[in-house]
Design a binder for this molecule. Structure first.
Ligand code: BES
Ligand code: ZN
Ligand code: ZN
Length: 491
């Protein structure tokens, strides 16, 4: 989609549809939200029935005038960047249903948030809600359509052209990430995703290397090879490098879980829990599109992305509960449960990343535990880390982008629960307590000294229903967050 910044004083002749925002006090106090001249746009409409509540959207076709779509902002003092994204998203959802291709959007003038935040949030809300996954629908069955252009009318368009371009890049990569995650596990299989990563070789500053099954065996990645044994697809590990700041020796490495389908393995998932497990490669997809966005943005930072890709299946060759496998760093791991596979492939990937790439910081991102969904629902992700300053960078980036996180502790006492009788460590504890912390505690054993943060996106990567500007199913959660982290991280 194309976003353009246009001067408010330009008129709207020729516009078919105009999106306008109203706060809940608009009856008494319309001036202020829009400059005087703009009120003529609404002059002919009967707004008396419109409450301006947050989430409310009204479609107002007018005679001999453009159609108005009015979206509520709620109480002025409660408007936030996230509520603005949602108000813009609600208007665009209606456009999709009405199959509108082009809209003019009037940016309201507010006291808070700051003007640039208002422009940014509305642009993001528009772009991110303008998404449909219709690859498998016949044309005749498609009831909705995506918007093609949104012209944003504002007071100072000259200030925001570059910002809108940046938003287009980051949001477009978020939508591409959603596509890869929504795609069936048959199509988004380990080989296909590795091919998608290879295509980034063409991008500025990016180099891609893919390790296949034989390579991984030679590299002694005993956990990745164990998890992939039940599948007809060979495991792959993608290593992407983006060099945006060749003069600096510092870099951030992001590591993503790429289970293209998580059946649970021999500890098979039951009906009700298995249907949507193609979402289990969301972490890997986030890594891929974060690199793509960083390159398109020409960020002056160095970034690595490492993601193991494999399928957790059951077959006569599948790895078994009770087996012991040797990880890349030499630790032996007892498999207590084949459904705790994400931490296994990440363990090998993390130790590879730390010792071979020697980055300054490591952030892993994974749909790791159902327990994260129990604790935080679909609203926020869990963050567990040994480094307070990395935590504060990631937390702030979450508040900025609306991809929010909350920290959980990593006290060493939890290590007790993953002791094994026969091996150095076990991949699960013997009870269901503190599942998200136990998962992170396991991973901690595979990072020696690099500042590291683990992000559990089991709840936020995939929605059971649409929420504001994020649609049902894949959300793309993490791309905007990690780009913001990369911008903020000292290098
Ligand atoms: N991929 C799942 C976690 C998950 C659950 C992601 C729901 C998204 C939505 C993970 O591999 C898993 O199965 N974890 C187990 C761990 C358990 C066996 C210790 C879980 O959470 O039940
Ligand atoms: Zn699992
Ligand atoms: Zn999994």
């Amino acid at each position: 989609m194309k976003l353009a910044a246009i001067k408010t004083s330009l008129d709207f002749t020729g516009k078919d549809t105009i999106v306008v925002f109203l706060s809940d006090d608009h009856q008494k106090n319309r001036t202020g939200l829009y400059p005087e001249g703009m009120n003529t746009v609404m002059g002919r409409a009967n707004l008396s029935l419109i409450k301006g509540k947050n989430g409310e959207v009204v479609f107002l076709p007018l005679k001999d005038a453009p159609t108005l779509i009015i979206s509520g902002l709620g109480k002025r003092e409660e408007i936030t960047r996230e509520s603005l994204r949602n108000s813009a998203g609600a208007a665009i959802d209606l456009c999709k249903k009405k199959r509108i291709k082009k809209v003019a959007v009037l940016i309201p003038v507010l006291e808070r948030p700051a003007e640039s935040d208002v422009v940014r949030s509305i642009a993001e809300g528009i772009y991110l809600s303008n998404y449909l996954f219709t690859r498998y629908k016949s044309r005749s069955e498609e009831s909705q359509q995506r918007l093609e252009t949104a012209d944003l009318y504002m007071e100072n368009p000259d200030l925001y052209g570059a910002l809108l371009k940046e938003i287009e890049i980051v949001c477009e990569n978020t939508l591409l990430c959603r596509d890869l995650v929504n795609e069936t596990s048959d199509r988004s299989n380990p080989l296909a995703i590795a091919d998608e990563a290879r295509r980034l070789n063409r991008m500025k500053g990016v180099a891609c290397r893919v390790y296949g099954k034989r390579d991984l065996e030679k590299m002694k990645m005993g956990l990745i090879t164990a998890v992939s044994r039940g599948s007809s697809y060979p495991p792959q590990m993608v290593v992407l490098r983006y060099r945006g700041n060749p003069r600096s020796k510092k870099s951030l490495a992001i590591v993503g879980k790429g289970i293209t389908f998580d059946s649970g393995g021999l500890n098979l998932k039951p009906t009700g829990h298995i249907e949507e497990m193609r979402c289990d490669m969301a972490g890997a997809a986030v890594c891929l599109y974060t690199v793509r966005a960083a390159s398109e943005l020409r960020l002056r930072k160095n970034l690595y992305a490492v993601f193991p890709l494999c399928e957790n299946m059951l077959s006569r060759n599948a790895y078994r509960p009770g087996d012991v496998h040797i990880s890349r760093n030499g630790k032996s791991v007892e498999i207590g449960n084949t459904d705790a596979e994400g931490r296994l492939i990440l363990a090998d990937a993390l130790s590879y990343t730390e010792s071979e790439l020697r980055p300054s910081y490591i952030i892993d991102i994974a749909t790791l535990t159902g327990a994260c969904l129990v604790a935080f629902g679909e609203i926020i992700a869990a963050m567990l880390s040994t480094d307070d300053s990395l935590v504060s960078t990631v937390f702030d980036a979450g508040e900025e982008t609306g991809e929010r996180l909350w920290r959980m502790p990593l006290y060493r006492e939890y290590q007790e629960d993953i002791k094994s009788d026969i091996a150095d460590i076990r991949n699960v504890s013997s009870n269901r307590n503190a599942g998200t912390i136990i998962g992170a505690t396991f991973l901690k054993n595979f990072v020696k000294s690099t500042p590291w943060a683990h992000l559990d996106i089991a709840g936020t990567a995939w929605y059971s229903k649409s929420r504001g500007y994020r649609p049902k199913n894949a959300t793309g959660f993490g791309v905007r967050l990690l780009i913001e982290v990369l911008k903020r991280i000292p290098q």
